[in-house]
Write a protein that binds this ligand. Structure first.
Ligand SMILES: C[S@@+](CC[C@H](N)C(=O)[O-])C[C@H]1O[C@@H](n2cnc3c(N)ncnc32)[C@H](O)[C@@H]1O
Length: 257
């Protein structure tokens, strides 16, 4: 597999042009990477910790964006595990490619442009793990999310893992910043620059915007148990679930039976 487009006809109307521009600007300017709060990175670390792969096996990162998950898998990818990033936006895939080059992971990383609300451009049982970190929630309709989970089940090998994290119904931008600053302080890492220089932008340009979309239902915030139930209904056995992202995200790990 290499960085490639797909045969999919057009894009879903769900992914309207306003959201497209929101992510696109973030990826092109790299603001998306710079402004990511600490607890978001910790959530990515938890996803990486949950991924189980053998040598030569693939993880599919659905809605990979700029490939923020990649650094958390870097050591393993140099030892023969393989990564396929999938996103609807070419700008995300371009950033993923640059990141892979910077990390010297060119040989283990591929990218494909596709819409997760449609049939995925992969064969049945072709990957060992699907990671979907804060991407499914952009599908507001339950039927579209159900279709996406079914597609994950189709492309996963028997016994393969789905690791997904999504925002909670009670997503709280202020709490995400608070938790990020606490985390930086407890790690004795410099938080002054983040507090006064970075996080005000994170709050106003990123988190508040997302909070607003969740509140008005344009994106989906999960109630407790709901993410587990959706994953279970798609035929996965739940192996683990936890709260992440400073209390504003749920992470669920399911195994394809
Ligand atoms: C919040 S970002 C998460 C990116 C990455 N997973 C991370 O954790 O940094 C959401 C991503 O989902 C992608 N996305 C949204 N709707 C999509 C769709 N219908 N098909 C594929 N990707 C989609 C966006 O382009 C964006 O890259």
């Amino acid at each position: 597999m290499d960085f490639a487009g797909t045969e999919q006809e057009g894009e879903s109307i769900i992914f309207s042009s306003i959201y497209k521009q929101y992510w696109e600007i973030g990826f092109k300017t790299r603001l998306y990477d710079w402004l990511s709060p600490e607890v978001y990175l910790e959530s990515l670390q938890r996803v990486a910790d949950s991924i189980r792969l053998g040598k030569g096996e693939w993880v599919l990162d659905v809605g990979c964006g700029s490939g923020l998950l990649l650094p958390f898998l870097a050591n393993r990818l140099t030892r023969g595990e393989r990564y396929l990033g999938m996103d609807i936006l070419p700008a995300g895939l371009a950033s993923l490619k640059l990141r892979a080059n910077r990390l010297n992971l060119k040989g283990s990383v591929s990218g494909v442009q596709a819409d997760l609300s449609m049939k995925l451009p992969l064969g049945d049982a072709s990957v060992s793990c699907v990671a979907a970190h804060f991407s499914i929630y952009t599908l507001p309709e339950e039927s579209d999310r159900r279709h996406a989970y079914q597609e994950f089940g189709r492309v996963l090998k028997p016994g393969g893992l789905l690791v997904t994290a999504n925002p909670t119904h009670s997503y709280n931008a202020k709490q995400i910043i608070r938790a990020s600053l606490e985390s930086l302080r407890s790690q004795r890492r410099s938080w002054v620059v983040k507090k006064y220089g970075v996080y005000p932008l994170t709050f106003h340009l990123g988190l508040k915007y997302i909070e607003k979309q969740l509140k008005c239902g344009r994106w989906h915030g999960y109630r407790p148990e709901e993410l587990r139930e959706e994953v279970e209904r798609a035929g996965f056995a739940i192996e683990h679930s936890e709260t992440v992202y400073g209390g504003s995200g749920f992470l669920v790990v399911g195994r394809k039976s």
